[in-house]
Write a protein that binds this ligand. Structure first.
Ligand SMILES: [Zn+2]
Length: 187
């Protein structure tokens, strides 16, 4: 879908800028909804929304209606946001001294969720679960660029590996999980 729009348009940069503007406005609305003011939260949330746009785009094809793609995006928006928030709950539960502990700054909770939900065939819950995983993955990947220090893991390289591998696994598994349920809706 986006491919088509970009090819038809003479100014693809403007189209991408338009998507970025939509992401920024949506981010503002979501942050207002959850009464979040910090720049740190806004950055994680925005990265989540931009990744969600890319994620949803991978489900579009010429046989998929725009309505379905838009529905997927809207259903996924809040769970994705909650996924970006999840990793920081360690501050709330254990205090700032335990921030970035490896349980919260990994995909473990999402992997368990996927295992529990593996027999789930319906699209809607699968979209919600996948969106949570994507949000969590985006948080971990963004922390990787932030050179975040994960507790109990020695050395910067291992921290980066931990965040990168967990983040990518979250994103890939979220896509694989939703893709099979998405096809069932198509047929
Ligand atoms: Zn973090």
């Amino acid at each position: 879908m986006l491919d088509g729009i970009l090819k038809k348009s003479k100014k693809p940069i403007l189209i991408l800028a338009g998507f970025l503007l939509v992401a920024i406005l949506l981010n503002y609305a979501v942050l207002e909804l959850f009464e979040q003011k910090s720049f740190y939260r806004a950055a994680h949330s925005l990265v989540g929304i931009i990744m969600l746009m890319g994620f949803v785009y991978t489900f579009s094809s010429k046989d998929t209606s725009r309505f379905k793609i838009l529905t997927l995006f809207l259903v996924a928006l809040i769970p994705c946001y909650l996924g970006t928030v999840f990793s920081d709950l360690d501050i709330k539960f254990f205090g700032i001294g335990s921030h970035r502990n490896p349980v919260f700054h990994s995909g473990i909770v999402f992997f368990i969720l996927l295992f529990v939900a593996r027999r789930l065939k319906s699209f809607l819950p699968a979209a919600i679960i996948s969106a949570f995983g994507l949000g969590l993955g985006s948080h971990l990947v963004w922390d990787l660029f932030d050179r975040a220090d994960v507790r109990w893991i020695p050395g910067g390289t291992l921290d980066s590996l931990w965040l990168g591998i967990n983040g990518l696994l979250c994103i890939l598994l979220a896509r694989t999980f939703l893709k099979s349920r998405f096809k069932k809706v198509e047929s």
